[in-house]
Write a protein that binds this ligand. Sequence first.
Ligand code: ADP
Ligand code: TYD
Length: 204
Amino acid sequence: MTGRFISFEGIDGAGKSTQIASIAAWFQARGDEVALTREPGGTPLAEDLRALVLNRPMDSLTELLLMFAARRDHLQTLILPALAAGKTVLCDRFTDSSFAYQGGGRGLPLRMLDPLADWVQDGTEPELTFWFDLPPAMAAARRAGAREADRIEAQQLDFFERARGGFAARAEKAPQRVVRIDASVAPDAVWAQVQAVLQQRYPA
Ligand SMILES: Nc1ncnc2c1ncn2[C@@H]1O[C@H](COP(=O)(O)OP(=O)(O)O)[C@@H](O)[C@H]1O
Ligand SMILES: Cc1cn([C@H]2C[C@H](O)[C@@H](COP(=O)(O)OP(=O)(O)O)O2)c(=O)[nH]c1=O
């Protein structure tokens, strides 16, 4: 039996973490066994890589390679076994974040990103991706009230503008997979949009 693989994307402060809890509860109420995980991270090795990549200074290509190294371990150790066991895997960020942040934000070319995604994923792709989209200034205001910035979150608005453009490009390339959610509205109004997509994609 093969489970479902669903990812959640958007710039920092979009409200992903806030919504994912409700989404996990929605699937659990249907009787699904849910594996809730995140990138970079999700396994002991990938969480170690996360701590390095979010805190240690490094060049953009090293950052990209560590993101994909963490992803490879996450896929092999957690995501693929969970899917094989029939679980619903909910992943807070996946490869679209590399295209948005290392591609859009840092400016690395698709000729570097595309082959890495091919090798590392080896055909495994989320069946559905929620893209929580909002203006970067609004996301920055939310973050300011919520937490201390890590190395990537400390980037300026123009970085997040480019990252947002990266997500938009990914959505345009895969319109069946990526669903854009207007994340600029209140949490219950975001949830209403998410729930409508879930009900339509996964009817009772
Ligand atoms: N729709 C919303 N409107 C206003 N504030 C929100 C909304 N969703 C989340 N927040 C707040 O914004 C901050 C960042 O939200 P979070 O869910 O951690 O974002 P992310 O996981 O996308 O970085 C938190 O303080 C959260 O309470
Ligand atoms: C998965 C991934 C994340 N990132 C970045 C986006 C975020 O700034 C950071 C960690 O993501 P996230 O877990 O969403 O941060 P937080 O828990 O603080 O909301 O890593 C990349 O730059 N590339 C990637 O491939």
